[in-house]
Design a protein around this ligand. Structure first.
Ligand code: ASP
Length: 584
């Protein structure tokens, strides 16, 4: 037996017990006649003591040659510690060592294996297996496990069946580029890795599985914006014989269960907001509603004076920053610079101080009097002591700029408390989205999403106005899930492909299997997928998903530990009938 106990469980009740422990050497203190070693494993740390008077010479000698991260096994007796450490579960005891075996030596690790390490991100990723020995990383992985177990138990209880779907498939259009895998046996042909199991879960509904889920890897070859991974995990779900209301209720139940089970937080019914309302009120389809700062549209109360910047704007819109009147001129200038950065792209920012005495002082006092400014305050909900920030320009752009400013200010003001959870359903998304680059409509969610009942005809006259049976679940300003009620008849699906610019031949070649299936009694169905990595990070009160992934990739999509991606040799290329054509 390698060990009788873990390194996290011995305490005063075990005094005088003979134990065998194994683990890694975390720390050594060598006074010559006495040596203390902190022995670590997944469960904790236990202090070992080697004492010249009570430990054999041979064992003393081995102990004196230990290094950090050596793997050892010891036999000894649990004894009471002289100087106890109340901060450690094992702090009342230590082990007087009788025998020691070095199971494996270790090179000196490139960074300290402590809660706070001296290793930078790159180094820690290169030696991720050492990083995982650190308590915070290990705890995050255990936390993720708890979340996935809670998901599995809950859904299984509700009659969902976890079914695996293939990874080597044909492209599913979900808005990103596919990762492709060449097929050796089918020369010149490629599999695509799934961007999600979308079509398979729909086929499972045609197959009568009724309630499906899968905790599944998805692959998207996207430019990696901050905190995205080329492979990520979804809780993918689908149900048959459901309407949108059934899906929202079921997965509100799951989310509520997770918040209770994992965070001990009870939340009441999730509010719902239409996409249009979210865009108007927060400039964003995934608003953080933990704090107010709702948009106030100011066109009516600004476009009657000589201020041309506002007069020419499609939209003039502002927010009230609570307590913002205390900002110094320098702080406000910094905000103006912030919105003018190319990433945000505003031309400038108008502001209005709301003084405690009820008067106003704006950066455009030349054009607007106290009555005008009072109306701004009414509309934005500003109170004495607040600051009104106003942006103007083309409606879509200015909404997204003000949304970014709102989030930045909330961050600065500490309004984004990770311990507060504010879920929200955003519903009635547009079916289609105009793409400037290709000058075409794309499916906003994916091409299998059904339009709202009775809106098919609108596709002819005003495609951009058609709403979909599509919904997102938003938590604290993050989209944590999204889905839709699907099209389940061949005619509508063909029509949709047609609107999206597929020729009938292309649609048949790519999705013939799905449209065939729809002809054999496809039930009405719909579903949702949660981004597990993000969900876990939010429940864990942290920002980056990388912290909850055992072996994540860096911002360039590389695994720096195994050094992938990497070239393959000529023989392998030939076997796959591939020739490289690398430019530059
Ligand atoms: N497959 C969709 C996605 O990955 C989710 C869904 O519609 O269920 O976003």
């Amino acid at each position: 037996m390698y060990r009788t106990h873990s390194n996290g469980e011995l305490n005063a009740s075990h005094i005088d017990t003979q134990v065998t422990l194994a683990g890694w050497v975390q720390k050594i203190r060598n006074k010559g006649f006495m040596i203390w070693v902190d022995l670590r494993d997944r469960y904790g740390i236990t202090q070992l003591i080697f004492d010249e008077e009570r430990t054999s010479k041979k064992v003393m000698e081995i102990a004196s040659q230990l290094g950090r991260e050596f793997v050892i096994q010891i036999d000894g007796t649990v004894i009471e510690r002289e100087s106890k450490n109340p901060n450690m579960p094992t702090g009342d005891i230590e082990i007087l060592v009788k025998n020691i075996t070095v199971l494996n030596k270790s090179l000196t690790p490139p960074f300290t294996i402590e809660n706070e390490t001296d290793g930078g991100e790159d180094l820690r990723m290169k030696y991720r297996y050492l990083d995982i020995r650190r308590k915070p990383v290990r705890e995050n992985l255990v936390f993720r496990h708890k979340v996935t177990m809670a998901v599995r138990n809950y859904l299984s209880e509700k009659n969902f069946v976890e079914v695996e779907t293939p990874y080597l498939i044909k492209s599913t259009p979900e808005g990103a580029r596919d990762f492709v895998v060449p097929s050796r046996m089918n020369e010149g042909q490629f599999y695509a890795l799934p961007q999600s199991p979308q079509t398979f879960k729909q086929l499972l509904m045609v197959g009568g599985m009724d309630k499906y889920f899968q905790i599944v890897k998805c692959f998207r070859d996207e430019d990696l914006r901050a905190d995205r991974q080329p492979e990520f995990t979804q809780i993918d779900c689908e149900m048959a014989f459901v309407e949108q209301e059934d899906i929202l209720n079921t997965f509100e139940g799951l989310t509520r269960h997770l918040l209770k089970e994992i965070n001990g937080v009870e939340v009441s019914d999730f509010p719902r907001m239409t996409y249009d309302e979210a865009m108007r009120t927060y400039g964003n389809d995934k608003p953080d509603i933990r704090f107010g700062m709702e948009f106030g549209e100011l066109n009516d109360v600004t476009q009657h004076k000589d201020f041309n910047v506002f007069n020419q704007a499609e939209l003039v819109v502002g927010i009230a920053v609570p307590g913002g009147n205390s900002f110094t001129r320098k702080e406000i200038d910094a905000l103006i610079d912030w919105v003018k950065r190319p990433q945000i792209g505003a031309m400038g920012m108008v502001y209005c101080r709301c003084n405690e005495d009820g008067s106003f002082k704006s950066s455009v006092d030349k054009f607007y009097d106290q009555d005008d400014l009072e109306r701004w305050a009414d509309i934005t909900g500003a109170k004495p002591g607040d600051l009104i920030c106003v942006l103007s320009g083309a409606a879509d752009k200015v909404r997204s700029q003000l949304s970014a400013l709102r989030m930045e200010l909330a961050q600065q003001l500490g309004l984004r408390d990770p311990k507060v959870f504010a879920p929200l359903w955003v519903v009635d998304f547009p079916l289609l989205e105009w793409d400037e680059e290709t000058q075409r409509y794309h499916a906003m969610h994916h091409p299998f999403t059904s339009p709202k009942p009775g809106q098919l005809d609108l596709l002819e006259t005003d495609p951009g106005a058609v709403k979909a049976n599509a919904y997102d679940l938003v938590l604290n300003g993050n989209e944590i899930g999204g889905g839709s009620i699907r099209i389940h008849d061949k005619e509508t699906q063909s029509l949709m492909f047609d609107y999206l610019g597929f020729t009938p031949e292309e649609a048949k070649a790519q999705f013939g299997f799905l449209m065939d299936a729809f002809q054999y009694g496809a039930p009405p169905h719909g579903g949702i997928a949660f981004g597990l990595d993000r969900l876990v990070a939010i429940l864990g009160g942290q920002e980056t998903i990388r912290d909850f992934i055992a072996f994540p990739k860096n911002n360039a999509g590389r695994d720096v530990m195994i050094d992938a991606p990497a070239p393959i040799d000529t023989a392998q290329l030939e076997e796959l009938s591939l020739q490289l054509n690398i430019k530059g």
